[in-house]
Ligand binder design. Structure first.
Ligand code: ADP
Ligand code: ASP
Ligand code: MG
Length: 429
């Protein structure tokens, strides 16, 4: 008998029919002789709908605490309905909120980090023969005793954290596509499913905006050695295995490592904005001051570009990208420090897109950058910012050019498959 953690995303439980379909799948897994712990997301686009409602009543003066109380309600609805559906088909299930399941986090609302997992009640439930259903994306801060959420897409992280704490054999992430593809199948219809991917490449894909897996879920799986299987809740097809260890290699029967593909995929991200601090005094320490201010607003920044100062002006412009949801906090923090730092103004642009090419083989293959920039040039796409890691090249483009750029780069690296990728459900919101 093995212990399996199964996570079902919002599109898999978007209505009563979906919930009943998922319930049957869970019961089948249990009937095959496994212990099953389930993590469930809010139904369909209900998290976005709750956010829309909050915006309508005015969130300006509201605290992160209330927002987390609101958003965590989405997962409470689906967990209870799923438990009822399982009980309805003759099996036995109990649902648990994140805090009942022992998900302890820090106190940073909206992007809390898990600091401990003590799933006593989950263990007791499965020992009794029940299916334990846990609300994804939420926990409780031990300091404030308040409910927290882990950030958009955070149910994946709940699932892997529970799998690690329970010593599960596998964490299955069920979603609306058949696995991890060489690009988002909603943008590139010819994207191909990847059978196995190293956690290092998956980390870069997730960090570059491929929302198929939450970034911290991949970090967690790598750190605790949890095998993750991303697959569709609409088919029985084998999905994508994310190999947990940093040193894992794909081997064939004789034990010889297979040749790694040079490129594993193309990721894109529409959730970032660009900030340009204009007219910064070109003297030592000013960049540190600016990034200190932004960090003080609890914001992670991504790409950074400093323009050379115009001859004789003694001033320079510093641009950086950050998650759009952190934009207003960062702008407010910068505005309050303008006089002290001595910059002239701040520009803010949300109409940007980020494209990243990822592949462990790019380390040892010259010419990847040339081919990448040639593809963008042939497609008439203008590049605004560039950053690289050992296994990734990223650029910022205008938002409108992003889809064209993704398709051009995907084709240039011969990633296109013959059959169109299947998207089973969901709105892509
Ligand atoms: P869930 O609600 O199940 O958590 P998400 O919407 O968070 O689902 O993630 C699944 C979506 O991720 C897919 O529908 C697809 O549009 C998107 N996606 C982005 N990049 C990729 C990729 N490389 N491979 C597969 N799906 C991707
Ligand atoms: N419901 C949350 C969201 O939409 C968490 C999740 O789906 O993982 O972001
Ligand atoms: Mg998700």
């Amino acid at each position: 008998m093995s212990l399996i953690v199964q996570k079902f995303g919002g599109s898999s439980v978007s209505d009563a029919e979906g919930i009943k379909r998922v319930a049957r799948r869970i019961v089948d897994t249990q009937a095959a002789g496994h212990e099953v712990v389930v993590v469930v997301s809010a139904m369909g686009d209900s998290t976005d709908e709750l956010l829309d409602l909050a915006a309508q009543v005015g969130t300006e003066s509201s605290s992160g605490r209330e927002m987390d109380m609101l958003l965590s309600a989405g997962e409470r609805i689906s967990m209870a309905l799923l438990a009822m559906a399982i009980n309805g088909v003759g099996a036995s299930a109990q649902s648990f909120t994140g805090s009942q399941a022992g998900m302890i986090t820090d106190a940073i609302h909206g992007k809390a980090r898990i600091i401990a997992v003590s799933p006593h009640r989950i263990r007791t439930a499965i020992e009794k023969g029940d299916v334990a259903i846990v609300a994804g994306f939420q926990g409780m801060s031990r300091d404030s005793n308040d409910i927290t959420t882990l950030g958009r897409g955070g149910s994946d992280t709940t699932a892997v954290a529970l799998a690690a704490a329970l010593g599960a054999d596998v964490c299955e992430i069920y979603t609306d596509v058949d696995g991890v593809y060489t690009a988002d199948p909603r943008v590139v219809a010819s994207a191909q499913k990847i059978d196995t991917i190293s956690s290092q490449e998956m980390l870069e894909m997730a960090a570059s905006g491929a929302k198929i897996l939450h970034l911290r879920c991949v970090e967690y799986a790598r750190r605790f050695g949890v095998p993750v299987h991303v697959r569709s809740s609409y088919s029985l097809n084998e999905g994508t295995w994310v190999l947990p260890g940093p040193d894992d290699q794909i081997t064939i029967d004789e034990g010889e490592p297979l040749e790694q593909p040079i490129i594993s995929g193309v990721a894109h991200d529409r959730s970032e904005a660009k900030v340009t601090v204009v007219g910064v005094p070109d003297i030592p320490g000013k960049a540190a001051e600016i990034f200190g201010i932004v960090a003080g607003a609890n914001t992670n920044i991504d790409m950074i570009v400093q323009n050379i100062s115009t001859h004789g002006s003694g001033r320079t412009d510093i641009s950086f990208t950050l998650p759009m949801i952190d934009g207003s906090a960062a702008l407010a923090a910068l505005a309050s420090a303008q006089e002290r730092v001595g910059f002239e103004s701040v520009d803010y642009d949300e109409r940007i897109g980020k494209l990243s090419l990822i592949g462990a083989g790019m380390r040892s293959n010259p010419g990847v950058s040339y081919r990448f920039f040639q593809a963008l040039s042939d497609a008439g796409v203008n590049v605004d910012m560039i950053s690289t890691s050992e296994i990734r090249i990223s650029v910022v483009t205008e938002a409108e050019a992003l889809d064209t750029a993704v398709r051009a780069v995907h084709s240039a690296f011969e990633l296109d498959g013959d059959a169109p990728a299947v998207v089973h459900a969901g709105t892509g919101r």
